[in-house]
Design a protein around this ligand. Sequence first.
Ligand SMILES: *Cc1c(COP(=O)(O)O)cnc(C)c1O
Length: 379
Amino acid sequence: MQEHIYVSGPSITQKEIDYVTDAVTNAWYGNANVFNKRFEDAFAAYHGVKFAVALPSCTAAIHLALLALNIHEGDEVIVPELTWIASSAPISYVGATPIFADVDTKTWCLSAESFEKCITPRTKAVITVDLYGNVPDMDAIRTIANQHSIAIIEDAAEAVGASYKGHKAGSLGEVGVFSFHGSKTLTTGEGGMLITNNDTLYERVLFYRDHGRRPGDKLFWNHEVAYKYKMSSMQAALGLAQLERIDELVERKRTIFANYEEQLSGIAGITLNYEAPDTTNVYWMVTAIVDSKFGFDKETLGAALAKRDIDTRPFFYPLSAIPAYADTPQAQGAKDRNPVSYSISPYGINLPCGMDMTEEKIAYVCDALKECLLVSHKV
Ligand SMILES: *Cc1c(COP(=O)(O)O)cnc(C)c1O
Protein backbone atom coordinates (compact mmCIF):
# COMPACT_ATOMS: atom_id res chain seq x y z
CA MET A 1 0.00 0.00 0.00
CA GLN A 2 1.11 3.50 -0.79
CA GLU A 3 2.05 5.51 2.31
CA HIS A 4 0.12 8.68 3.02
CA ILE A 5 1.53 11.69 1.15
CA TYR A 6 1.46 15.02 2.96
CA VAL A 7 1.15 18.32 1.18
CA SER A 8 4.01 20.08 2.97
CA GLY A 9 6.66 19.68 5.65
CA PRO A 10 10.22 20.65 6.56
CA SER A 11 13.68 19.11 6.33
CA ILE A 12 15.17 18.73 9.81
CA THR A 13 18.73 17.43 10.15
CA GLN A 14 21.20 16.90 13.01
CA LYS A 15 22.32 20.52 12.54
CA GLU A 16 18.89 21.84 13.55
CA ILE A 17 18.73 19.45 16.51
CA ASP A 18 22.22 20.52 17.64
CA TYR A 19 21.47 24.25 17.41
CA VAL A 20 18.16 23.96 19.27
CA THR A 21 19.82 21.79 21.93
CA ASP A 22 22.55 24.42 22.28
CA ALA A 23 19.92 27.15 22.66
CA VAL A 24 17.83 25.37 25.25
CA THR A 25 21.00 24.48 27.18
CA ASN A 26 22.95 27.74 26.95
CA ALA A 27 20.86 30.64 25.68
CA TRP A 28 19.97 32.04 29.09
CA TYR A 29 21.44 34.69 31.43
CA GLY A 30 24.07 36.68 29.51
CA ASN A 31 23.52 34.57 26.38
CA ALA A 32 19.75 34.98 26.26
CA ASN A 33 19.78 36.94 23.00
CA VAL A 34 22.69 35.30 21.20
CA PHE A 35 20.72 33.13 18.77
CA ASN A 36 18.20 35.86 17.97
CA LYS A 37 21.05 38.19 17.06
CA ARG A 38 22.87 35.60 14.96
CA PHE A 39 19.68 34.65 13.11
CA GLU A 40 18.72 38.30 12.48
CA ASP A 41 22.21 39.29 11.32
CA ALA A 42 22.52 36.29 8.99
CA PHE A 43 19.02 36.87 7.61
CA ALA A 44 19.72 40.56 6.91
CA ALA A 45 23.04 39.67 5.24
CA TYR A 46 21.41 36.99 3.08
CA HIS A 47 18.86 39.55 1.85
CA GLY A 48 21.35 42.40 1.47
CA VAL A 49 19.42 44.69 3.83
CA LYS A 50 20.36 46.69 6.94
CA PHE A 51 17.83 45.39 9.45
CA ALA A 52 16.02 42.16 10.31
CA VAL A 53 13.71 41.64 13.30
CA ALA A 54 12.74 38.10 14.38
CA LEU A 55 9.06 37.85 15.33
CA PRO A 56 6.51 35.24 16.42
CA SER A 57 4.78 35.15 13.02
CA CYS A 58 4.46 36.80 9.64
CA THR A 59 1.04 38.04 10.69
CA ALA A 60 2.75 39.98 13.51
CA ALA A 61 5.33 41.27 11.01
CA ILE A 62 2.62 42.69 8.73
CA HIS A 63 0.85 44.23 11.74
CA LEU A 64 4.11 45.92 12.80
CA ALA A 65 4.85 47.09 9.24
CA LEU A 66 1.44 48.81 9.09
CA LEU A 67 1.96 50.38 12.54
CA ALA A 68 5.45 51.56 11.61
CA LEU A 69 4.07 53.14 8.41
CA ASN A 70 1.45 54.92 10.55
CA ILE A 71 -1.50 53.39 8.73
CA HIS A 72 -4.77 53.82 10.58
CA GLU A 73 -8.54 54.25 10.35
CA GLY A 74 -9.63 55.95 7.15
CA ASP A 75 -6.65 54.63 5.18
CA GLU A 76 -6.87 52.05 2.42
CA VAL A 77 -4.37 49.28 1.79
CA ILE A 78 -4.40 47.33 -1.49
CA VAL A 79 -3.89 43.57 -1.35
CA PRO A 80 -4.26 40.89 -4.05
CA GLU A 81 -7.40 38.72 -4.00
CA LEU A 82 -5.49 35.44 -4.06
CA THR A 83 -3.53 35.04 -0.84
CA TRP A 84 -3.83 33.67 2.66
CA ILE A 85 -5.95 35.91 4.91
CA ALA A 86 -2.84 36.66 7.01
CA SER A 87 -1.79 39.09 4.26
CA SER A 88 -4.89 41.21 4.81
CA ALA A 89 -6.11 40.60 8.38
CA PRO A 90 -3.58 43.03 9.97
CA ILE A 91 -5.04 45.84 7.81
CA SER A 92 -8.15 45.52 9.96
CA TYR A 93 -6.07 45.33 13.19
CA VAL A 94 -4.97 48.94 12.58
CA GLY A 95 -8.48 50.04 11.58
CA ALA A 96 -7.72 50.54 7.89
CA THR A 97 -9.64 49.07 4.93
CA PRO A 98 -8.34 46.28 2.65
CA ILE A 99 -8.98 46.86 -1.06
CA PHE A 100 -8.87 43.70 -3.18
CA ALA A 101 -6.98 43.85 -6.47
CA ASP A 102 -6.80 41.26 -9.24
CA VAL A 103 -3.82 39.04 -10.03
CA ASP A 104 -1.84 38.51 -13.20
CA THR A 105 -2.86 35.55 -15.39
CA LYS A 106 0.68 34.14 -15.54
CA THR A 107 2.36 34.91 -12.20
CA TRP A 108 -0.87 34.63 -10.11
CA CYS A 109 0.56 37.60 -8.16
CA LEU A 110 -0.73 41.20 -7.97
CA SER A 111 -1.48 42.71 -11.40
CA ALA A 112 0.14 46.15 -11.74
CA GLU A 113 -2.77 47.28 -13.91
CA SER A 114 -5.41 46.27 -11.35
CA PHE A 115 -3.32 47.79 -8.55
CA GLU A 116 -3.35 51.14 -10.35
CA LYS A 117 -7.13 50.98 -10.81
CA CYS A 118 -7.65 50.43 -7.07
CA ILE A 119 -5.76 53.58 -6.02
CA THR A 120 -7.76 56.38 -4.37
CA PRO A 121 -6.63 59.46 -2.40
CA ARG A 122 -6.91 57.26 0.73
CA THR A 123 -4.47 54.58 -0.46
CA LYS A 124 -1.45 54.50 1.86
CA ALA A 125 0.15 51.14 1.16
CA VAL A 126 0.09 48.05 -1.02
CA ILE A 127 0.87 44.57 0.24
CA THR A 128 2.37 42.62 -2.65
CA VAL A 129 2.35 38.86 -2.18
CA ASP A 130 5.01 36.52 -3.55
CA LEU A 131 2.46 33.80 -4.12
CA TYR A 132 3.63 30.19 -3.95
CA GLY A 133 7.25 31.37 -4.19
CA ASN A 134 6.86 33.56 -7.28
CA VAL A 135 7.33 37.35 -7.47
CA PRO A 136 5.02 39.85 -9.25
CA ASP A 137 6.21 42.43 -11.78
CA MET A 138 7.76 44.61 -9.08
CA ASP A 139 9.27 47.23 -11.42
CA ALA A 140 5.82 48.09 -12.78
CA ILE A 141 4.29 48.03 -9.30
CA ARG A 142 7.06 50.21 -7.83
CA THR A 143 6.72 52.80 -10.59
CA ILE A 144 3.00 53.17 -9.88
CA ALA A 145 3.49 53.14 -6.10
CA ASN A 146 6.15 55.88 -6.33
CA GLN A 147 3.90 58.08 -8.49
CA HIS A 148 1.25 57.99 -5.76
CA SER A 149 3.55 57.91 -2.67
CA ILE A 150 2.27 54.46 -1.72
CA ALA A 151 4.45 52.31 0.53
CA ILE A 152 5.14 48.72 -0.51
CA ILE A 153 5.00 45.94 2.06
CA GLU A 154 6.29 42.78 0.39
CA ASP A 155 4.70 39.64 1.81
CA ALA A 156 7.46 37.14 1.06
CA ALA A 157 6.03 34.56 3.50
CA GLU A 158 6.08 31.91 0.78
CA ALA A 159 9.15 33.07 -1.09
CA VAL A 160 12.29 32.95 1.03
CA GLY A 161 15.14 32.32 -1.42
CA ALA A 162 13.26 33.63 -4.48
CA SER A 163 14.68 36.54 -6.44
CA TYR A 164 13.69 39.22 -8.94
CA LYS A 165 16.24 40.88 -11.23
CA GLY A 166 19.09 39.98 -8.92
CA HIS A 167 17.37 41.07 -5.70
CA LYS A 168 16.10 38.67 -3.07
CA ALA A 169 12.35 38.39 -2.50
CA GLY A 170 11.43 40.41 0.59
CA SER A 171 13.92 43.18 -0.23
CA LEU A 172 11.81 44.72 -3.02
CA GLY A 173 9.62 47.11 -0.99
CA GLU A 174 9.96 49.46 2.00
CA VAL A 175 9.38 46.47 4.28
CA GLY A 176 9.57 42.73 3.63
CA VAL A 177 7.96 40.06 5.79
CA PHE A 178 8.46 36.30 6.07
CA SER A 179 6.79 33.31 7.72
CA PHE A 180 8.57 30.37 9.30
CA HIS A 181 5.42 28.34 9.91
CA GLY A 182 5.96 24.56 9.77
CA SER A 183 4.69 24.39 6.19
CA LYS A 184 7.09 27.00 4.85
CA THR A 185 10.42 26.40 3.07
CA LEU A 186 12.44 27.63 6.07
CA THR A 187 10.78 26.85 9.38
CA THR A 188 11.09 27.70 13.07
CA GLY A 189 7.87 25.85 13.93
CA GLU A 190 6.03 29.14 14.21
CA GLY A 191 7.82 32.39 13.52
CA GLY A 192 8.39 35.34 11.24
CA MET A 193 10.80 38.07 10.23
CA LEU A 194 10.58 41.69 9.13
CA ILE A 195 13.34 43.25 7.03
CA THR A 196 13.94 46.85 5.95
CA ASN A 197 16.63 49.31 4.95
CA ASN A 198 14.76 52.22 6.55
CA ASP A 199 16.17 53.40 9.92
CA THR A 200 12.97 55.13 11.01
CA LEU A 201 10.75 52.17 10.20
CA TYR A 202 13.17 49.84 11.98
CA GLU A 203 13.09 51.95 15.16
CA ARG A 204 9.30 52.15 15.08
CA VAL A 205 9.06 48.36 14.66
CA LEU A 206 11.29 47.84 17.72
CA PHE A 207 9.10 50.27 19.68
CA TYR A 208 5.75 48.68 18.76
CA ARG A 209 6.93 45.11 19.22
CA ASP A 210 8.13 45.78 22.79
CA HIS A 211 5.13 47.31 24.57
CA GLY A 212 5.93 50.83 23.43
CA ARG A 213 9.37 51.06 25.05
CA ARG A 214 12.15 53.02 23.39
CA PRO A 215 15.29 50.91 22.98
CA GLY A 216 17.77 52.00 25.68
CA ASP A 217 15.13 53.84 27.73
CA LYS A 218 14.80 53.15 31.46
CA LEU A 219 13.01 49.96 32.46
CA PHE A 220 9.22 49.82 32.64
CA TRP A 221 8.85 53.23 31.00
CA ASN A 222 6.26 52.72 28.29
CA HIS A 223 5.26 55.60 26.01
CA GLU A 224 2.29 53.92 24.36
CA VAL A 225 0.11 50.86 24.73
CA ALA A 226 1.61 48.59 22.09
CA TYR A 227 2.34 44.89 21.46
CA LYS A 228 4.61 42.06 22.53
CA TYR A 229 5.97 40.28 19.46
CA LYS A 230 9.16 38.29 20.07
CA MET A 231 10.75 35.07 18.92
CA SER A 232 12.27 32.65 21.46
CA SER A 233 15.95 31.60 21.39
CA MET A 234 15.00 28.02 20.58
CA GLN A 235 13.09 29.14 17.50
CA ALA A 236 15.90 31.46 16.46
CA ALA A 237 18.42 28.60 16.77
CA LEU A 238 16.24 26.43 14.55
CA GLY A 239 15.90 29.29 12.06
CA LEU A 240 19.66 29.89 12.00
CA ALA A 241 20.37 26.23 11.25
CA GLN A 242 17.76 26.27 8.46
CA LEU A 243 19.16 29.51 7.03
CA GLU A 244 22.63 27.99 6.89
CA ARG A 245 21.05 25.31 4.64
CA ILE A 246 18.97 27.74 2.57
CA ASP A 247 20.62 26.96 -0.78
CA GLU A 248 19.97 23.27 -0.26
CA LEU A 249 16.35 23.89 0.78
CA VAL A 250 15.66 26.09 -2.24
CA GLU A 251 17.34 23.58 -4.56
CA ARG A 252 15.15 20.84 -3.11
CA LYS A 253 11.98 22.83 -3.83
CA ARG A 254 13.10 23.59 -7.36
CA THR A 255 13.98 19.94 -8.00
CA ILE A 256 10.55 18.82 -6.75
CA PHE A 257 8.92 21.27 -9.16
CA ALA A 258 11.14 20.13 -12.03
CA ASN A 259 10.07 16.53 -11.41
CA TYR A 260 6.41 17.50 -11.54
CA GLU A 261 6.97 19.61 -14.62
CA GLU A 262 8.62 16.74 -16.44
CA GLN A 263 5.58 14.56 -15.94
CA LEU A 264 2.74 17.07 -16.25
CA SER A 265 3.80 19.89 -18.54
CA GLY A 266 3.01 17.91 -21.68
CA ILE A 267 -0.64 17.48 -20.74
CA ALA A 268 -2.98 19.93 -22.45
CA GLY A 269 -5.23 21.62 -19.92
CA ILE A 270 -2.82 21.54 -16.97
CA THR A 271 -0.99 24.80 -16.17
CA LEU A 272 1.78 24.78 -13.57
CA ASN A 273 3.56 27.65 -11.73
CA TYR A 274 5.18 30.20 -14.05
CA GLU A 275 8.73 31.51 -13.82
CA ALA A 276 9.55 34.76 -15.62
CA PRO A 277 13.03 34.95 -17.24
CA ASP A 278 14.32 37.46 -14.66
CA THR A 279 12.77 35.71 -11.64
CA THR A 280 13.81 32.75 -9.53
CA ASN A 281 10.63 31.04 -8.36
CA VAL A 282 11.10 28.85 -5.27
CA TYR A 283 7.88 26.90 -5.88
CA TRP A 284 6.80 26.83 -2.24
CA MET A 285 3.60 25.14 -3.44
CA VAL A 286 3.66 23.23 -6.71
CA THR A 287 0.30 24.26 -8.13
CA ALA A 288 -1.76 22.98 -11.04
CA ILE A 289 -4.62 24.84 -12.67
CA VAL A 290 -6.78 22.30 -14.47
CA ASP A 291 -8.99 23.13 -17.41
CA SER A 292 -12.70 23.12 -16.58
CA LYS A 293 -13.25 20.68 -19.48
CA PHE A 294 -11.92 17.88 -17.25
CA GLY A 295 -15.08 18.21 -15.20
CA PHE A 296 -13.31 18.81 -11.89
CA ASP A 297 -13.06 21.83 -9.65
CA LYS A 298 -10.38 22.11 -6.95
CA GLU A 299 -12.62 20.58 -4.29
CA THR A 300 -13.76 17.51 -6.23
CA LEU A 301 -10.23 16.94 -7.50
CA GLY A 302 -8.84 17.26 -3.96
CA ALA A 303 -11.39 14.72 -2.74
CA ALA A 304 -10.49 12.28 -5.55
CA LEU A 305 -6.78 12.52 -4.66
CA ALA A 306 -7.53 12.18 -0.93
CA LYS A 307 -9.06 8.77 -1.73
CA ARG A 308 -5.62 7.81 -3.02
CA ASP A 309 -3.95 8.95 0.24
CA ILE A 310 -2.70 12.19 -1.31
CA ASP A 311 -3.06 15.44 0.61
CA THR A 312 -3.56 18.57 -1.45
CA ARG A 313 -4.77 22.09 -0.81
CA PRO A 314 -7.24 24.11 -2.79
CA PHE A 315 -5.91 27.29 -4.39
CA PHE A 316 -6.79 30.25 -2.13
CA TYR A 317 -10.34 31.52 -2.52
CA PRO A 318 -10.60 35.17 -3.56
CA LEU A 319 -10.55 37.17 -0.31
CA SER A 320 -13.66 39.08 -1.41
CA ALA A 321 -15.55 35.74 -1.63
CA ILE A 322 -14.83 34.31 1.83
CA PRO A 323 -17.29 34.94 4.69
CA ALA A 324 -14.81 37.17 6.56
CA TYR A 325 -15.07 39.81 3.82
CA ALA A 326 -18.00 38.88 1.53
CA ASP A 327 -20.42 41.31 3.19
CA THR A 328 -18.03 44.26 3.41
CA PRO A 329 -18.64 47.20 1.07
CA GLN A 330 -15.26 46.78 -0.65
CA ALA A 331 -16.10 43.17 -1.62
CA GLN A 332 -19.21 44.18 -3.57
CA GLY A 333 -18.69 43.81 -7.31
CA ALA A 334 -15.22 42.34 -6.80
CA LYS A 335 -16.03 39.30 -8.95
CA ASP A 336 -16.55 41.56 -11.98
CA ARG A 337 -13.56 43.78 -11.20
CA ASN A 338 -11.19 40.84 -10.60
CA PRO A 339 -12.04 38.25 -13.27
CA VAL A 340 -8.61 36.58 -13.32
CA SER A 341 -8.70 35.70 -9.61
CA TYR A 342 -12.24 34.37 -9.92
CA SER A 343 -11.41 32.27 -12.99
CA ILE A 344 -8.16 30.74 -11.66
CA SER A 345 -9.13 30.01 -8.08
CA PRO A 346 -11.86 27.37 -8.65
CA TYR A 347 -9.55 25.15 -10.70
CA GLY A 348 -6.27 25.46 -8.81
CA ILE A 349 -4.81 22.78 -6.57
CA ASN A 350 -1.57 22.67 -4.55
CA LEU A 351 0.18 19.33 -5.00
CA PRO A 352 2.34 17.62 -2.35
CA CYS A 353 5.70 19.36 -2.25
CA GLY A 354 7.11 18.87 1.23
CA MET A 355 10.83 18.33 1.70
CA ASP A 356 10.12 14.58 2.03
CA MET A 357 8.90 14.22 -1.57
CA THR A 358 10.91 11.64 -3.50
CA GLU A 359 10.80 11.02 -7.24
CA GLU A 360 8.71 7.90 -6.54
CA LYS A 361 6.15 9.82 -4.53
CA ILE A 362 5.94 12.52 -7.19
CA ALA A 363 5.43 9.87 -9.86
CA TYR A 364 2.64 8.35 -7.77
CA VAL A 365 0.93 11.74 -7.40
CA CYS A 366 1.27 12.50 -11.12
CA ASP A 367 -0.13 9.11 -12.09
CA ALA A 368 -3.05 9.59 -9.73
CA LEU A 369 -3.71 13.07 -11.10
CA LYS A 370 -3.59 11.83 -14.70
CA GLU A 371 -5.85 8.94 -13.84
CA CYS A 372 -8.41 11.30 -12.28
CA LEU A 373 -8.35 13.81 -15.09
CA LEU A 374 -7.84 11.68 -18.16
CA VAL A 375 -9.22 8.26 -17.35
CA SER A 376 -12.11 8.77 -14.95
CA HIS A 377 -13.38 11.73 -16.89
CA LYS A 378 -12.84 11.14 -20.60
CA VAL A 379 -12.67 14.39 -22.50
C1 LIG B 1 1.97 31.67 5.75
C2 LIG B 1 1.60 33.02 5.23
C3 LIG B 1 1.43 34.14 6.07
C4 LIG B 1 1.32 34.05 7.55
O1 LIG B 1 2.37 33.55 8.22
P1 LIG B 1 2.26 33.26 9.78
O2 LIG B 1 3.68 33.09 10.18
O3 LIG B 1 1.44 32.02 9.92
O4 LIG B 1 1.62 34.42 10.43
C5 LIG B 1 1.24 35.38 5.48
N1 LIG B 1 1.16 35.53 4.16
C6 LIG B 1 1.28 34.49 3.32
C7 LIG B 1 1.21 34.75 1.86
C8 LIG B 1 1.47 33.19 3.83
O5 LIG B 1 1.55 32.15 3.00
